[in-house]
Write a new protein. Structure first.
Length: 398
């Protein structure tokens, strides 16, 4: 320690002059400001972050006390001072400050000052050891929101305001914290809407707090959605009717694809069958399940046709059956022989004989006139009156 003190004292003697008692830095010592970052404007009473980088060059193996100050020029007040750093050799060293802005709007004149201690005196390089700068202290700031739905609204601290057709909203607000809310869903039309996605920068909800310390521009992301509407001439299950992101492909389907008629025709097998999807531009899609690109609001109709196939088949079967029956009856009627004519014969005695039973026609098919009974004499064979008891020819008594 005594050796280090001896070196410091020796250097102090070399760099000091006797006269008015003012010590100044020798060329072997240097500390200058190389970079200064600060906000160009802040709100009243708002914090201001100021970053100062210095370059120093001191003798090797000799530590030099170094510090940075922030001064307010118009009042000459010291706003902040860094901790003392013990530096040696050459390097770059950053210093960070957070100071509070004045409570009134003004042009805030400031100075950053780097000092190092040689001997017992704090020294500042005349050329680049200090830098003056200014910050505008604002009582109000401009807040701009971009990406809003056209003709929608914005709520600023529970006060609703209208957004124009451009989707850009601008307002002037006092410095400080404000609650900003935008619509979650904004309808462009009954079948087109814009849905909130996020504030760019990582805020996922429509409502957020905004701290205004300077003019700010915030960006929002909205998703355009269209409604896909499905209609059907026949009551059926329509799948896929919903809101879809613009340019997204949607799957639509219909079940069942065949429905039997509810009246007597349905009993006979007549059905309504899915025919096609009819789009607004007149194009048709035959498949009951298909993909649709939702690039605009659309209404798609399911068209049906009547299927008489089962009825036609039933009628054909009935017609064939009738033809078969008629043909069978005709063939059967042609095989039946015609009814025989009645045949009457007699003996040499003139006694009539009745037709044999095999030759008698059925009562419904043949009618025979009754034969009048005749009487003949058994002796001479003469014809007699049926009531006579004696033959008029031979006189024989019967």
């Amino acid at each position: 320690m005594s050796r280090r003190l001896s070196i410091i004292l020796a250097l102090t003697v070399l760099m000091s002059v006797v006269g008015n008692g003012v010590a100044f830095a020798q060329p072997s010592y240097q500390a200058k400001i190389t970079e200064l970052n600060y906000p160009r404007a802040v709100g009243v009473n708002s914090p201001a972050n100021i970053k100062v980088k210095i370059y120093y060059s001191f003798l090797p193996a000799v530590t030099v006390q170094t510090r940075v100050k922030l001064l307010e020029l118009d009042t000459n007040n010291q706003l902040s001072v860094s901790q003392i750093e013990f530096l040696e050799g050459s390097n770059i060293r950053p210093f960070d400050f957070v100071v509070s802005a004045p409570g009134v709007g003004k042009i805030w004149m400031l100075r950053a000052l780097v000092e190092y201690k040689v001997g017992y005196t704090w020294t500042t390089d005349a050329d680049e050891g200090s830098k003056d700068f200014q910050i505008e202290v604002k009582g109000e700031f401009k807040l701009e929101l971009q990406g809003l739905p056209s003709n929608s609204w914005v709520s600023i601290d529970l006060s609703n305001q209208t957004v124009g057709p451009s989707g850009i909203f601008t307002v002037t607000l006092p410095a400080g914290t404000h609650n900003v809310e935008v619509p979650k869903i904004a309808y462009v039309s009954s079948l087109t809407r814009q849905v909130f996605k996020e504030w760019k920068g990582g805020y996922p909800t429509p409502s957020r707090s905004v701290v205004l310390e300077a003019d700010a521009t915030l960006y929002l992301a909205y998703e355009t959605q269209h409604f896909l509407s499905l209609r059907s001439d026949v009551t059926a299950n329509l799948n896929g009717q919903d809101w879809y992101k613009e340019s997204l492909s949607a799957t639509i389907s219909i079940t069942p694809t065949a429905i039997r008629e509810s009246d007597f025709l349905g009993v006979l097998g007549v059905s309504r069958v899915f025919d096609c999807w009819l789009r607004e531009d007149g194009t048709t899609i035959r498949q009951p399940t298909t993909l649709i690109t939702v690039d605009r609001p659309q209404t798609i109709h399911a068209k049906w046709k009547t299927d008489y196939g089962s009825l036609y088949m039933l009628m054909a079967i009935a017609a064939v059956a009738i033809v078969v029956i008629i043909a069978f009856l005709l063939m059967k009627s042609r095989r039946r022989p015609p009814p025989p004519k009645p045949l009457i014969t007699g003996t040499s005695f003139g006694v009539p004989l009745r037709p044999s039973s095999a030759q008698v026609a059925p009562p419904l098919l043949l009618r025979v006139q009754p034969v009048r009974a005749k009487k003949f004499c058994m002796q001479c064979g003469a014809e007699m009156d049926p009531a006579a008891v004696r033959c008029p020819t031979c006189g024989r008594e019967l």
